[in-house]
Design a binder for this molecule. Structure first.
Ligand SMILES: NC(=O)c1ccc[n+]([C@@H]2O[C@H](COP(=O)([O-])OP(=O)(O)OC[C@H]3O[C@@H](n4cnc5c(N)ncnc54)[C@H](OP(=O)(O)O)[C@@H]3O)[C@@H](O)[C@H]2O)c1
Length: 260
């Protein structure tokens, strides 16, 4: 058990990669703090994709690990501060923070997320969430001289995305923000890294780009979409003390699609 008795906070844990990452930590012995806006089925009625953090917590408890559920909209600073306060009160520590929450809604039209202000505003909100949560968690990690922060960016933060320039720009921003913070706290036992998924076999990919699997398989050197479990494994590597001398990097997990 690589993460026995470690405490990991995972945002965006109600579904998709965040959920997979949370379950992977629990399988390796960690206790979890799960954050998202969807806590119960009642919250799901406005969502296009199913999944609640209460259900994920049940799966984690069934593995014998603890799971704290905190309803959090990461775009609201007081929610983010409440998340970190509750985590520290419950477990007295935060060893690992994974920011997977992100507002992911694309259409194929060029400049789509820029021209739809509701989409850009929601995306900017999730970017701001990473800044706010980093501000909230760092004092705890610094006081213990220990911490692993892993932010989920995207291959879109490394190359052009015609239909989602706001997404692309902000994901590049997360990577550079992480790199800049990492340099300051590297001497305090804290690492800050990113995982940049390529095109992953998730519900959000199929919602955003329906019917495009064959095109994707041709574009991707590995000739297949990535799996959520492959993203989770990269996150666990960066959260593990085996990677203690790695900080400030963005690890592409994309089947070779990113050009640099
Ligand atoms: N899927 C891909 O192929 C792909 C590729 C590259 C990068 N990524 C990145 O990977 C991460 C996960 O993607 P995914 O495909 O798993 O997405 P997803 O299925 O749409 O899940 C997004 C998660 O973020 C949460 N979330 C969204 N807005 C939030 C907010 N304001 N406050 C709190 N939580 C919020 C959602 O929970 P609630 O709705 O319950 O709040 C959900 O748990 C994202 O950072 C995404 O940009 C994905």
């Amino acid at each position: 058990m690589r993460f026995k008795d470690k405490v990991a906070v995972v945002t965006g844990a109600s579904r998709g990669m965040g959920k997979e990452i949370a379950l992977a930590f629990a399988r390796e012995g960690a206790d979890l703090v799960l954050a998202a806006r969807t806590v119960t089925k009642a919250d799901e009625k406005f969502k296009t994709r199913p999944g609640t953090i209460s259900e994920v917590a049940e799966e984690i408890r069934a593995m014998g690990r603890e799971a704290l559920v905190v309803k959090t909209d990461v775009s609201i600073r007081s929610d983010v501060e409440n998340l970190i306060d509750k985590a520290v009160k419950e477990f007295d520590r935060i060893d690992i923070l994974v920011n997977s929450a992100w507002s992911v809604v694309f259409k194929l039209d060029p400049l789509d997320d820029l021209m739809r202000s509701d989409v850009s505003d929601a995306t900017i909100g999730t970017f701001k969430g990473i800044v706010d949560i980093t501000r909230a968690v760092l004092p705890h990690m610094r006081s213990r001289n220990y911490g692993k922060i892993i932010n989920i960016t995207s291959m879109g933060g490394k190359s052009k995305v015609a239909n989602a320039p706001v997404y692309a720009g902000l994901k590049a921003g997360v990577a550079h923000f992480s790199r800049s913070v990492s340099a300051v706290v590297a001497g305090e036992g804290i690492t800050v890294n990113c995982v940049a998924p390529g095109i992953i076999d998730t519900a959000s990919t199929y919602d955003c780009y329906p019917g495009m699997e064959d095109i994707f398989n041709t574009m991707i050197p590995a000739h297949r979409l990535g799996k959520e479990s492959e993203i989770a494994r990269a996150v666990l590597f960066l959260a593990d003390d085996d990677s203690s001398y790695i900080t400030g990097v963005t690890l592409s997990v994309d089947g070779g699609i990113t050009e640099f």
